[in-house]
Design a protein around this ligand. Structure first.
Ligand code: NAP
Length: 506
């Protein structure tokens, strides 16, 4: 079973020992002690006595992403001392591995790091590391494209010596999480989200509890969210928690993919045996083009937010935003005792991707739609395309409506004080649906509630589009209430984060 090795990089011995103890209490089974981080001469006796878990002892020079400035001779002496002390693993970079002999039971991790690229001669570098008497080879490189992950994971899979192999950076997150599926004995994680020591590292908690790294095996089905950027997506949390709740083996991974490499990246990611993707900005149109088969909703909108493989291995596209938005609006109408959108006057703020999906759904359901948008040309074009009315942004307050839908990012974190619609324009009994879901209670939602409107937040839509994806991915009904609670709990800390004090190094 693959393990998570948690890296501790602190400047004081006291803090290393304290973090090690805390990690063991949190369930860590392997810890990397980064001696190069310690500001005084490292005292191995102090660090290793009564250690609560096995350790990897590492001392990196700046060339390899470390902080060791006391020269190679002292570095080798320290690592030899660690070996004599009987540490479980020692990490030896390829520049010195040939000069530090095997001794006792300490297992040798012979490593190579490249912080700039995933070089073309990856196999050659690996072959050279294999000549340096390793128990385990470790190869960590910077991913500059999704393909670098695949090259690295192919190498891990084909290696005859156990090989820890993954990529750094935003693109590399895929291989950090999935390396265990292809045979990597461990991946690396940090003590906490604030303590990242290398680009793209995830925290121990995320790796263990969200991605369930230790449970990933060759048969684990892979899903992912495609976007650029993708770092702040809540979809991995939501889907992985839902899989776990339903006791399904699966791993859902954030996948940064640049627009110009969309198609080739998806072809490369066939190697991961990915069975489904959520798709977000800027790939929704490209996803529709990529699919072998597309349903009516995605064709009508001209964009897909979901790709999934059918039993015949064909990629199918759908757009779950369409129904999720419709259901959200209907929730608001039901609160007024109205069962359908037919004949309801809907004012939609915004003319971007989400507005297009919601506009199609409203028109199809017999709603009487008016579009307004900050940029007139874009708003007018959408209204013409949908066959509905356009009103200028400046006049949006004078347009009578039963349902108001915000499809702009106004009010989204961190712009908590923004609203796209002034309070005095709101009418008692109006349905107000804000697609913004972070925060859940936007200023628009708060003011509408005060005004006696029937409000629906973007959280409802977000959770429903994810639940519909879950069903496509797993073939099972999604645990909707559980997913809603999960999302709600994960959104609140996002706002708190801004007021948390920075964790200072002693
Ligand atoms: P998009 O394609 O970039 O469109 C953004 C729209 O908002 C455009 O019409 C833009 O007007 C307008 N806009 C942006 N900033 C504005 C401002 N300061 N004042 C007035 N109008 C402004 O984005 P999208 O994909 O449609 O997403 C829009 C929002 O929907 C997101 O921000 C997100 O909060 C929400 N969303 C919700 C869900 C959900 O499931 N609940 C899912 C996806 C997105 P211009 O044409 O003038 O630029």
């Amino acid at each position: 079973m693959p393990e998570i090795c948690v890296t501790i990089g602190r400047t004081r011995h006291k803090m290393v020992v304290a973090e090690h103890k805390a990690l063991a209490e949190r369930g860590a089974t392997l810890v990397e002690l980064r001696l190069d981080w310690i500001s005084r001469t490292p005292d191995l006796t102090r660090l290793l006595a009564n250690r609560p878990t096995p350790v990897v002892v590492t001392c990196r020079r700046p060339d390899d992403g470390g902080r060791w400035h006391s020269g190679d001779a002292d570095r080798m002496t320290l690592l030899r001392q660690a070996i004599v002390s009987g540490v479980e693993y020692v990490d030896l970079e390829d520049d010195i591995a040939g000069q530090v002999r095997r001794f006792g039971k300490t297992r040798r991790i012979v490593s190579h790091h490249d912080f700039n690229q995933t070089p073309d001669n990856l196999e050659e570098i690996h072959a050279n590391l294999c000549k340096l008497d390793p128990d385990i080879v470790k190869l960590v490189t910077m991913a500059n494209s999704p393909r670098d992950n695949v090259r690295m994971l192919q190498l891990v899979k084909n290696a005859t010596v156990p090989t820890i192999g993954f990529c750094m950076g935003d693109y590399g997150v895929v291989s950090r999480i999935l390396c265990g599926k292809f045979g990597s004995p461990f991946t690396y994680a940090t003590f906490s989200r604030d303590r990242v020591l290398a680009p793209g590292q995830l925290s121990f908690e995320d790796m263990k509890d969200i991605y369930r790294f230790e449970k990933i095996g060759p048969e684990t089905p892979v899903f992912g969210v495609l976007g650029d950027p993708i770092g702040h997506s809540l979809s991995p949390l939501l889907h992985n928690r839902a899989f776990r709740h339903e006791k399904l083996k699966a791993c859902y991974v954030p996948m940064r993919v640049p627009a110009e490499e969309f198609e080739e990246s998806l072809k490369d990611y066939e190697f991961l045996e990915t069975r489904g993707y959520s798709v977000t900005i800027p790939h929704k149109e490209a996803a529709l083009k990529f699919a072998d088969l597309a349903d009516e909703a995605s064709q009508e909108i001209g964009a897909a937010n979901t790709l999934f493989k059918d039993a015949k291995g064909k990629w199918r596209a759908t757009n779950t935003d369409y129904n999720a938005a419709l259901e959200s609006i209907l929730l608001g109408l039901e609160a007024k005792g109205i069962g359908s959108l037919s004949g309801q006057r809907v004012l939609m703020l915004g003319a971007g991707g989400v507005a297009r999906a919601i506009g199609c759904a409203v028109m199809k359901s017999g709603g009487v739609l008016t579009v307004t948008n900050r940029t007139k040309a874009r708003g007018k074009a959408l209204a013409d395309q949908l066959g509905c009315t356009y009103v200028t942004w400046e006049n949006r307050g004078s347009s009578d409506c039963d349902v108001l839908v915000n499809c702009t990012p106004m009010g989204m974190s961190p712009n908590f004080d923004e609203t796209p619609f002034q309070q005095h324009w709101l009418r008692d009994g109006m349905v107000v649906f804000d697609t913004v879901y972070n925060p859940e209670n936007t200023l628009l939602i708060k003011e509408a509630r005060e005004h006696g409107c029937h409000v629906v937040s973007g959280l409802e839509m977000f959770v429903r589009q994810a639940a519909a994806q879950f069903k496509r991915f797993s073939g099972r009904e999604a645990p909707l209430d559980f997913m809603r609670d999960t999302l709600r709990r994960s959104i609140s800390p996002v706002r708190l984060k801004h007021s948390e004090p920075e964790d200072s190094e002693e």
